[in-house]
Ligand binder design. Structure first.
Ligand code: IF1
Length: 395
């Protein structure tokens, strides 16, 4: 910890626990203490830590080929493309590494589509994002953030963004009506960093309707909500957005891999040499991703997310009724509890740590509760016992 403080950039305020091992639902610190992992590496480890199938693919692949660049075709990338098409039903896939690169890629594609297909005047394309969005830390992401901790002192910013209130269709339509150069609306189906904000049930469907009406692309940022977390393979599945950004759990925490899914009328606009990444689509990550997704199906993790998520919320509901919690909310295993203020939330998180459960505060007294989707009823009840004990003693 001293090394971190002395020689590491202090861009994180980590909890005082040093981890060195993970297995399934559990993380272990250097003293071999065991913790339930209710962060899942920010929803990247949906399949559980060190999933044997993923470890196996990774070990085998790293001896064979890890990276050969996109200067050549690579077998795993070809297979990955075929797999993604079959699983998600989009014509094409563009692989990158991190979630934020996926978002950047979707915005580049949307602008490209704006010029080549919607005939927007060059350099005039606009993108709409929701207030309180979070999609990463690059300058473009800072430029389209309403969170001062994300953008302050990092200007000048990338122009061409509009902000709209989340879950407000009237405001969105007004924007669309008044700005003919809008190419896309990029939105999270559930806002993660904003504190697990769940929109109205029909929000996305109505957004899609408005996008169609005004010839605007709908981009769903499923980096956090995707790969089973909300009980569906993607939270926006039924709406079928024009583009979907995936990341995080796409490799079950093994390798950074992200991608954008879109149909030919968008993806065929991109030409060789106009976008890419050294590591994007590498053999190792693209070997892992199909296995990581198949695990979500073969182990029924989506159904389990719905069941255990419901148990989580139902068990803690009495605490809301008693006034100990302001709110319990979530979909599937993307859940949060909200306390009166962030001080109390931090106390709860610290006490959970001392009782064997790791979690993390987000905005305004909200604590994220996102275990791997593999959690059994037995372990969910055990975890809830810890949470209840902590709430009873702290609040
Ligand atoms: C950090 C939260 C989660 C994301 C969505 C894109 C990205 C993210 C919807 C970018 C990243 C992260 C990054 C992490 C904290 C975190 C997070 F607390 F902000 F909400 F997931 F829980 N779209 N989310 O949530 O993905 O480039 O990081 O791969 O430490 O900043 P990335």
């Amino acid at each position: 910890m001293m090394m971190d403080k002395m020689h590491g950039a202090q861009n994180y305020k980590s909890l005082p626990v040093i981890l060195n091992r993970g297995k399934g639902l559990f993380l272990y610190d250097i003293h071999n203490n065991q913790y339930y992992d209710f962060v899942s590496a920010f929803s990247s480890v949906n399949q559980g830590h060190a999933h044997p199938q993923l470890v196996n693919v990774m070990q085998e692949q790293c001896e064979k080929l890890t990276l050969c660049s996109r200067a050549f075709y690579n077998e795993n990338l070809c297979k990955f493309f075929g797999y993604m098409n079959k699983r998600f039903g989009y014509d094409k896939c563009l692989p990158m590494n991190t979630g934020v690169e996926g978002g950047e890629t979707a915005i580049k594609l949307a602008r490209l589509w704006g010029y080549k297909s919607k005939n927007i005047e060059e350099n005039k394309a606009e993108i709409v994002v929701a207030k309180n969005n979070f999609w990463g830390r690059t300058i473009t992401a800072c430029s389209s953030s309403t969170d001062p901790t994300c953008y302050t002192h990092f200007g000048p910013f990338v122009p061409g963004f509009h902000f709209v209130e989340y879950d407000n269709l009237c405001a969105l339509e007004t924007l669309f009506k008044n700005h003919p150069n809008i190419a896309a609306y990029m939105v999270e189906p559930i806002q993660g960093e904003a504190g697990i904000k769940i929109p109205d049930e029909n929000y996305l469907l109505n957004v899609k309707y408005l996008c169609n009406k005004y010839n605007v692309l709908l981009i769903c940022d499923e980096v956090q909500t995707g790969i089973g977390r909300t009980g569906k393979i993607t939270a926006s599945k039924d709406v079928r957005p024009d583009m979907v950004v995936l990341g995080k759990a796409l490799s079950g925490g093994m390798m950074p891999i992200s991608c954008v899914l879109a149909d030919n009328h968008i993806m065929e606009l991109i030409e060789p040499g106009t976008h890419g990444s050294t590591f994007g689509g590498n053999s190792l990550a693209t070997a892992i991703a199909p296995t990581a997704i198949e695990i979500v199906y073969s182990e029924n993790l989506m159904k389990n997310a719905l069941i255990q998520g419901r148990l989580f919320r139902e068990t803690l509901l009495p605490y809301v009724e008693e006034g100990k919690l302001k709110d319990v909310r979530g979909v599937g295993l993307l859940n949060a509890i909200e306390l009166e203020n962030s001080q109390k939330a931090e106390k709860v998180v610290e006490k959970c740590m001392h009782n064997g459960l790791l979690t993390k505060v987000t905005k305004n007294g909200t604590i994220r509760m996102c275990p791997p989707l593999t959690i059994s009823e037995f372990h969910m009840k055990k975890s809830l016992d810890i949470i209840k004990y902590v709430l009873n003693t702290v609040v």
